[in-house]
Design a binder for this molecule. Structure first.
Ligand code: SF4
Length: 498
């Protein structure tokens, strides 16, 4: 399911310090030090962000749903308390020729794996590993090949392992058809070719554990690939100080590590021989003097494009991995909320998708914005995408919807183009960071990100208690309204700069 980490895996691993789980192995592939920390010093791990937790949760939901491809299986993770019990139970289920097993547990050469779905078909076993994505990434392939390696050696009559992903062309109509929602692809070819590789890697991994000392590995690009490492704060705490080069925006990691490895650690050390771009010097000066970059001309030029009357707009989207609305695809972004602020009053349109209400949303969007000449947005990429999708759905509204897009004035551009830059932004130009630095009285609600707002919307839809439902709805509106208020106030702030 979720390749990065599984609740089930950590539950089943709790009595197996020497076994190398799939998660542990993937850490070894990323960095031996991360692997060592995971096995020997798990308490050093960073706190898991809400967004990461939500991504895990979505992975579990898709994985659970994929079981309907092969219904009626026995779930080892629900019956076993730890990996020893999981291995024992799996062995018994295999001996009893159980046709479908979920989370079947196997071990070989110190590697421990749990297979999402294992099926006995014509006397042979086929395994299925489910991913809540459209594409098969390198890390998914590696994860699947490791499982193949273990199964090939631990399970007689094992035939093949398939990666199961969501089908991006699937369109929901009335009821989900799992056979069409998912796509599968065999990893036999890659896995057979890589069997000696895993043999060797697992041997190396055991050596790392036996040496019983933290591997001497410096920070590098590997800290971010394929995911930001779970021990990031532990390794980076002495590097990311106030004048670290890693606070410089607009530079790729390649370049930053080139400098870092040649001994350039602080912004002060960056000279012409490192980078001759004028903006780098301006940023350097901003850090040095602790003063913002203010390009009055460029700010004035942006502001001159704004025509009165103005309104600030922000949308919230819902993109369920498993589609729930007729005519929609997996992960399709459906707008459920739009908030407006005209400098005095807030207003909003909230739709709950009891059915496909996108026409209502489009009509309300047009109606609420028609009297304004400029519409303030902050990074309006998603908003433009939503409007383009509405145009495709309702071509008769094309002129009105195009007009809304044409009125967009994206305040984000001012910051992205360094017309205004404050050293406290560091490398982050999100609305929350920018407004936190520049504005007073902007307080976000409990919701901290668009992904979290999406999870709130799911809760709203599933909540039966009407009072609770109303509370969740209000949280979402508060969150969205805060964005419109901040966007509007940023324009006021920019006006005060020129
Ligand atoms: S932060 Fe980087 S160096 Fe430290 S354990 Fe993670 S990947 Fe390795």
């Amino acid at each position: 399911m979720q390749s990065y980490e599984k609740e089930t895996e950590s539950k089943l691993m709790n009595n197996t310090i020497n076994l190398i789980s799939k998660t542990a192995y993937l850490k070894f592939e990323q960095c031996k030090k991360a692997f060592y920390f995971y096995k020997k010093h798990p308490y050093l791990r960073d706190k898991i962000s809400v967004d990461k937790q939500l991504t895990f949760k979505r992975g579990h939901q898709v994985g659970d749903f994929a079981q309907s491809l092969f219904p009626g299986g026995i779930d080892v993770s629900k019956k076993a308390k730890n990996s020893t019990e999981g291995l024992e139970l799996t062995k018994t289920l295999i001996e009893n020729k159980t046709p479908v097993i979920y989370e079947a547990t196997f071990s070989f050469n110190d590697a421990l794996i749990m297979v999402d779905i294992l099926c006995l078909e014509n006397g042979h076993y086929t395994a299925y590993e489910v991913k809540s994505s459209f594409k098969i990434s390198d890390i998914y392939l590696k994860d699947a090949c490791l499982q193949y390696y273990v199964l090939k050696n631990a399970l007689p009559n094992f035939d093949d392992l398939f990666l199961v992903t969501l089908n991006q062309d699937y369109i929901f109509e009335n009821e989900i058809n799992p056979k069409l929602l998912f796509k599968k692809r065999s990893v036999k070819k890659e896995s057979e070719k890589n069997l000696p590789y895993f043999e060797n890697q697992l041997f190396e991994a055991q050596l790392v554990l036996e040496q019983n000392k933290i591997p001497n590995i410096s920070i590098g690009k590997h800290c971010f690939k394929p995911y930001q490492c779970d021990y990031f704060n532990n390794c980076w705490k002495d590097t990311i100080n106030e004048d670290s080069i890693f606070n410089l925006p607009l530079l790729d990691k390649e370049k930053l590590f080139e400098w870092y490895n040649s001994g350039i650690l602080s912004i002060n050390q960056v000279g012409e021989e490192q980078d001759s771009k004028e903006i780098i010097y301006k940023i350097k000066a901003a850090y040095f003097e602790n003063k913002p970059i203010v390009n009055k001309e460029k700010i004035a030029s942006f502001l001159s494009t704004i025509e009165l009357p103005i309104i600030a707009l922000d949308m919230e989207m819902w993109g369920p991995a498993i589609p729930k609305i007729n005519g929609t695809k997996p992960f399709e972004q459906l707008p459920y909320l739009v908030c407006f602020f005209d400098g005095k009053n807030h207003s909003s349109v909230f739709i709950d998708y009891k059915s496909d209400e996108r026409k209502l949303y489009a009509d309300k969007l047009i109606e609420s914005t028609s009297n304004y000449k400029s519409i303030l947005v902050y990074d309006g990429t998603m908003e433009k995408m939503v409007i383009n999708n509405l145009i495709k759905l309702f071509p008769e509204l094309k002129t009105d919807l195009e007009a809304i897009k044409n009125k967009f004035k994206d305040v984000f551009d001012v910051f992205l183009e360094f017309s205004y830059y404050h050293p406290l932004f560091k490398t982050n130009f999100s609305l929350k960071t920018v407004s936190n630095v520049l504005l007073e009285n902007i307080n976000y609600s409990k919701i901290t990100s668009g992904l979290e707002a999406m999870a709130y919307f799911d809760r709203f839809r599933n909540e039966e208690n009407l009072v609770e439902k109303e509370i969740i709805k209000q949280e979402l509106i508060d969150y969205c309204q805060t964005d419109t208020l901040a966007t509007y106030q940023l324009v006021d702030f920019l006006l005060s700069c020129i």
